[in-house]
Design a protein. Sequence first.
Length: 134
Amino acid sequence: KWGVFLLVLVVGVFLLFSAATQGDALELRLGQNPLHLSQNDSTLLRVTLKNPTSTLAQNVVVTVSAPAAPQLSIFPRTQTIPALGVKETRSLDFLLAPIDAASNPFLPGSYRVIVVTSMNGQRFENSVILTVEK
């Protein structure tokens, strides 16, 4: 009985720690949300990256995507940080701009923007919902 209880407890603590570490590595903030296309044609996504690992992270590539919104222009799609020390943070900005062409209008709605990186062999992912209104 106690063996199963301890195993469940250890796995639970590991999952909690893992989830907390994921949240600590990538913090996302949108400049304007919802984005009203009648007033603005873009918004900034600020990604604050923190190295939660126990060693210096090198060549940290941060990638932003919005798979369900192919008409959402993301610039740049990737940025690289040459080195990020233990517990050090760095902020990066990405421009999100819906391409609203008369022949192919951007549909209002909520779109998931995903940010992915890896440091020292650990993968980190976070997402934010961008709401676009006409």
